[in-house]
Design a protein around this ligand. Structure first.
Ligand SMILES: Cc1cc2nc3c(=O)[nH]c(=O)nc-3n(C[C@H](O)[C@H](O)[C@H](O)COP(=O)(O)OP(=O)(O)OC[C@H]3O[C@@H](n4cnc5c(N)ncnc54)[C@H](O)[C@@H]3O)c2cc1C
Length: 455
């Protein structure tokens, strides 16, 4: 019998627990550990901030979901990990594991810029449920006493989609309330051009985004390096100072503290390196997925920018990890797989939205291109995003990872979730340690193209 411990009950951890339970016979024990008793569908948090949906609508209590499904539950923050002894400490409990799956998402580096909030500063964030609630309360006060709005991200941020959603949803909400003429909106971004999204070359995304900004009278500043935030101004490295009454700036992400504390487990930011099967190069009993993993940017940008790790990428990583653990345990006999990192991502702007399809999300290592990159705009994107939120919540409620009909639907769109390893990747799996070239499928390690082109 093996014990598989999964840390993190979010978009990566919960579906992976379900998939493992689906694959493994009951003699193998699965434990999900999370520091929040509720699962949150994070992509809906911008809606929570605008009071468009209550937080409870996008949350599920985890314990009852696991009770009848043969998955043990530990409600606690993991504070210590010993990968040699294969133990971890969660709250007042010490757990032994045979396999550990790290799905701890993002820890927010709000110390990156003085004055970055919301806990110790002046700006808001929508990156976790608590911050989204704080952003909502402040937004309601802002509507009563409006003024300049600054939205965007600070250097090193990696998930630009929610910043675009926030700026354009703000425009939509303010117009509905008749307040838009009292709120100048400025978008500040570390991206080399609006719509770069940390990955570049996403078809016509730059054009679609800037057209929308022009249409909605939103000013934007590219290559913006926010250096300091005072109670009423955002200061940029080029000396500009932007007054604000309300601001939502995304912080850079780090790996969880307990991971950063383990020598040799993570990179300097706390992200976990993985081999093609998403196993750690030096600790074979540890697999990782989602925002917790290390993924190098595809190109060097003038202002530092991270790579987005989207929900669908995370789910496909979870499917690959579950498959590979079941294979390690001899439960399934097929070859190891890796996630394709092909993704659909939708951004809702209230009266319109943009859908991005990237295959793969990061350009191919050899050619620097993608097989397919599509960006399309329309009100139907908002409808699909709303429907997808309901679908995802229903999946989690019913104990489904990625059900067959979802795989079928994605397949009809030409999107695969996992694929077999190449011969080179098989060899890499057999070598111990990270060496110089260990990387997950499709990523570029230390290979950053020098120039950034605005398509
Ligand atoms: C505002 C926002 C909007 C987004 N919108 C989209 C979108 O529209 N489409 C899309 O595809 N992607 C979107 N993303 C990205 C998507 O949310 C992530 O890809 C996804 O949440 C990653 O899953 P995860 O499991 O790695 O992290 P999470 O879903 O954040 O889960 C991590 C879990 O680990 C727990 N945890 C952390 N540390 C510990 C610890 N020490 N001990 C125990 N538990 C711990 C956390 O409490 C949390 O429950 C968005 C992200 C943000 C921030």
């Amino acid at each position: 019998m093996a014990h598989i411990a999964i840390v993190g009950g979010g978009i990566g951890g919960l579906p992976t627990a379900y998939e493992l339970r689906h694959l493994l016979p009951r003699e193998h024990k699965i434990t999900l550990i999370s520091d929040r008793s509720k699962f949150t569908f994070i992509p809906s948090l911008p809606w929570v901030a605008f009071d468009m949906t209550p937080l409870e609508n996008v949350q599920l209590e985890i314990e009852p979901l696991l009770k009848w499904r043969g998955i043990d539950w530990v409600d606690g923050r993991v504070t210590h990990l010993d990968p040699e002894a294969k133990t971890l400490v969660a709250g007042d409990r010490t757990l032994n594991y045979d396999y550990l799956v790290i799905a701890t998402g993002a820890s927010l580096n709000t110390d990156a810029v003085p004055g970055l909030g919301p806990d110790k500063g002046y700006t808001h964030s929508v990156c976790n449920p608590h911050h989204a609630e704080m952003a909502r309360e402040a937004w309601l006060e802002f509507e009563a006493n409006p003024g300049p709005l600054v939205v965007g991200a600070v250097p090193g941020a990696s998930c630009m989609g929610p910043a675009y959603e926030f700026a354009l949803l703000a425009d939509h909400v303010l117009r509905k309330r008749g307040l838009r003429d009292r709120v100048p909106i400025t978008f500040v971004s570390p991206e080399p051009y609006a719509g770069h999204l940390g990955i570049g070359g996403m078809a016509n995304s730059g054009k679609l985004v800037t057209q929308l900004f022009e249409m909605k009278q939103i000013d934007w500043i590219e290559n913006a390096a926010v250096t300091e935030i005072t109670p009423d101004e955002i200061c940029l490295a080029d000396g500009r100072r932007l007054p604000f009454k309300y601001s939502m700036l995304l912080p850079p992400f780090l790996g969880a503290k307990f991971l950063r504390d383990v020598p040799g487990l993570t990179d300097a930011k706390g992200f976990v390196p993985v081999k093609p099967t998403y196993r750690h190069p030096d600790f074979p009993s540890i697999y990782s997925l989602g925002i917790a993993i290390q993924l190098a940017p595809p190109e060097k940008t003038p202002v530092p920018l991270g790579v987005p790790k989207t929900g669908q990428m995370t789910e496909s990583m979870g499917m690959a990890v579950a498959h590979n653990i079941a294979r390690d345990l001899g439960v399934i006999q097929s070859d190891p797989v890796k996630p394709t990192l092909e993704a659909i991502c939708m951004a809702d702007f209230g009266d319109t939205g943009i859908i991005f399809i990237a295959q793969p999300v990061l350009p191919e290592l050899e050619s620097g291109t993608r097989r397919r990159a599509i960006a399309k705009r329309g009100i139907w994107v908002s409808w699909i995003k709303t429907a997808f939120e309901r679908f995802f919540m229903a999946k989690m409620q019913n104990g489904l990872g990625i059900p067959w009909f979802e795989k079928l639907g994605l397949g009809m769109l030409g999107i695969r979730l996992v694929e077999p390893l190449s011969e080179a990747e098989r060899l890499e799996e057999m070598t111990h340690g990270s060496g110089s070239g260990s990387r997950p499928s499709g990523s570029r390690v230390g290979v950053a193209r020098e120039s950034v082109q605005n398509p």
